[in-house]
Each structure stands twice: as C-alpha cells, then as structure tokens.
Design a protein around this ligand. Structure first.
Ligand code: SAM
Length: 382
C-alpha cells in the first residue's frame, strides 16, 4: 500500500498520506464504492447504465446517435467500443438492467433483494417507486446527489451478515455535529425543498420497515445520514463514447488517420453540445471508503478519474508526491481553484461547511479579502 490514513494534527480529521514516493501521473490506488447509484433523472432521460456499476448499456455509436439526435452517425473501429450488449441481463422480478450476471448477483446479494419492487405490474404503488417519484419532483437536474444512495446503504445494512459491522462502516465516514448535519441536509435538498426532508424520511421508512435501520430513520438520524452523503458522496460518470475515444487513441494509427479521428470527434462533440448541452455522461454518486479520506486542497496533488468506464475510481497523482506528504484532491471546479483565497474559502464554507486550511490558503493568509472578478461578474449576472 502506497498510502495510509492518519489523523490530522491541524483539525482536518482523517487525512490520506503517501508512504512511498509516488510519481506524477501514477495511479495512487483504485477503489470500488461501498455503495453507488445512478441519478434518477439521468436514468429517466435514457442514459442507459448498469444499475449496479454504472457501465454503459448502449454502444458508443448508439450513444453518439442519441446525444446528437442524428441517426446517420457511423463510428469506425467498432472493436474499440467496450459495451457487451449480449451480456446485459435483467432482474426477472422488476426488470432492472445490469451489464452482466456478476453485477446482477452482486446487487441482489448486497441490497437489491430488499428493495426490488418485485412486480412488473402496478409499479406505481410500490413504496420504492413512490419515493423515486417524490425525489424527482424535489430534486431537478443538475443532480448532485441521490436519495437512492441512502436507500441502498440502508438495504445493505439490512442484508449484511453482521449488522453491527455494517453500521460501523457507515458511521466511519466523516460526520458532523447535529446542528451542522441539519445545515448540510438543508443544502443537500436545496432551499426550496429542504422542508420536504420529513416526507423523504417517511417514504424511506415506509419502503424499509426494518428495525435494523431505525436509528437512521429518526429525525436526527436521517439528517445525519443526508449530511454524511452530502459530505462524502463522490460523483461518478461513464460514457461509451469517451471510452471508445480512449481505446482508439491506443491503436497504432498513422498521422493522417489520427487527424481524421480528431476531426470526427470534434464534429460529434459539436453536434452533441448543440443537441443535448453539457449532460453527456451517465452520472451518479458513490461512497468510497479510502478516497473519502482525501481532504481538499486549492492546489491539489491528486485527482479522481473513471478510466474503467464504470464505478471503479482511480486516484491519479498530478505531481510527484514524497513519502509523508498529504494527498489532497480539489472539491472545487477547475476554475474555482484559480480564484482569490477569499472566494475559494467562501465557496467551500457555503457548500461544504468548512474553513479551508490547505497549504495554499495558509500561504495566502495575508492576502486581502477580495472577491475574485469572475465571482463578482457572476453575482452581477444573477
Ligand atoms: C470527505 S471528508 C475528508 C476526510 C475527513 N477529513 C475525515 O475526517 O473523514 C470532507 C471533510 O474533511 C474536512 N476537510 C477537508 N478538506 C479540508 C481543508 N482543506 N480544510 C479543513 N477541513 C477540511 C471537512 O470537515 C470536510 O467536510
């Protein structure tokens, strides 16, 4: 293992540290989530992905045709598409789709047995379907998290061979004080719908009437669970077209062939953006035990990537990292890290409720408290 988890001496809680030298661009580690799920609207809008691991269920060509609205696109090098449609399999009871028998079995054994709607008729009456509909009305795109991550987490506790151990694993993710939980739960649902937290709690309790998870379904317990997911949830994305591009790049092509591919890809992306906009991937969220220990830095030395085109996360070094050095990712978007210290800390406090203590913020401690120009113009636009 090239990393270890330590307790911070500066009040940041758990931290991830390098124990060996890690070279720039190296894969620091890979990890599958404790639990993950696709966003509800993403799934409803025909972003077809395995219900367990988020691997795309459409081919790269089908993906390009759907996102461009143009059924005449034909992709060369079809062998570079990794979707195996012949392996797709459904739950015989509720028709949920998986990329393979293995994912179907894993899902059933871990959580699906508890939450399968078990009927292909009158699905609207099932408590899980009612919860899904209520959630979609509360949480419009762009989605940033999902109530179904909680449902799966609780179902996993119910199905676990050792309940105590499963609860302990859940509670080992970073969690906060009761007041902070309430504020984080409020942010998770958004201002407009935060008062519906009780409706969601009741719908989940109705869908999972099991004493093993009652501690998470009291008012406080539920707020804490919502906050835990808001604090630790990691976005997951997969795309058959991106994976096809990565595989084509590995082919031994001539300079002329490479140029043709580059121009084809550019034309396809142009058409995708004008037909669909920015939402091109199957998107969801996952809880990752090791990655969730990585703190934020405004000058990160690592980043997260999904090169396997499913829920398997890779942590990649952005710089050479020395033994003992803390490994940090950025919780902010690319542009946000370039903003003033004041603006970065304001965004982190508003969205994640912490005062950033990263090395860049500490080094800039004497900078004047100015708001970045981009942020001022965004505020003016509002
Ligand atoms: C996903 S957790 C990261 C691991 C966390 N330190 C733990 O103990 O589990 C995110 C939380 O870590 C803390 N954190 C992360 N980056 C930080 C930073 N740059 N400065 C201060 N606190 C930070 C905040 O409390 C934040 O809500």
């Amino acid at each position: 293992m090239n990393t270890e988890i330590r307790l911070s001496t500066t009040g940041k809680g758990k931290c991830l540290h390098a124990v060996t030298h890690i070279a720039k661009d190296a894969v620091i580690f890979e990890e599958i989530p404790l639990v993950s799920c696709q966003f509800s609207w993403n799934e409803t809008c025909m972003y077809k992905a395995c219900n367990h691991c988020l691997r795309p269920l459409e081919t790269a060509e089908e993906n390009v045709r759907r996102l461009t609205g143009n059924s005449s696109w034909v992709l060369p090098y079809p062998q570079c598409c990794t979707t195996k449609k012949e392996d797709i399999i459904r739950c015989p009871d509720c028709s949920t789709e998986y990329c393979s028998e293995n994912c179907k079995t894993l899902a059933f054994d871990e959580y699906h047995k508890t939450i399968c709607s078990r009927t292909l008729d009158d699905r609207s009456a099932h408590p899980i379907i009612q919860l899904q509909e209520a959630w979609k009305q509360i949480h419009y795109p762009p989605e940033t998290s999902s109530i179904f991550l909680m449902v799966r987490l609780l179902a996993k506790i119910i199905q676990a061979p050792n309940t105590e151990e499963a609860i302990e694993t859940t509670l080992s993710f970073c969690h906060r004080s009761v007041n902070e939980d309430a504020e984080l739960a409020h942010k998770f649902l958004g201002k407009k719908f935060s008062h519906q937290v009780n409706l969601l709690r009741e719908l989940i309790a109705n869908a999972l009437p099991n004493p093993k998870v009652q501690q998470f379904l009291t008012q406080e317990g539920f707020q804490s669970l919502v906050a835990l997911i808001g604090t630790n949830g990691q976005g997951v994305g997969s795309s058959p077209f991106s994976s096809w591009i990565r595989n084509v790049e590995k082919l031994n092509l001539s300079a002329e062939q490479k140029e043709q591919i580059d121009s084809l890809v550019d034309r396809i992306y142009d058409e995708m953006y004008s037909h669909t906009g920015d939402f091109l991937n199957s998107e969801g969220v996952g809880l990752y035990a090791r990655q969730s220990c990585a703190n934020h830095s405004c000058d990160p030395n690592a980043e997260i990537s999904f090169v396997h085109n499913n829920y398997r996360l890779s942590l990649i070094a952005l710089k050479d990292i020395q033994p003992g050095e803390e490994i940090c990712i950025s919780y902010l978007g690319d542009c946000d890290n370039e903003r003033s210290r004041h603006s970065r800390r304001k965004t982190l406090m508003e969205n994640y409720l912490f005062a950033c203590e990263c090395s860049k913020c500490l080094a800039e401690i004497d900078d004047p408290d100015v708001t970045s120009e981009e942020e001022m113009s965004a505020e003016e636009d509002d």
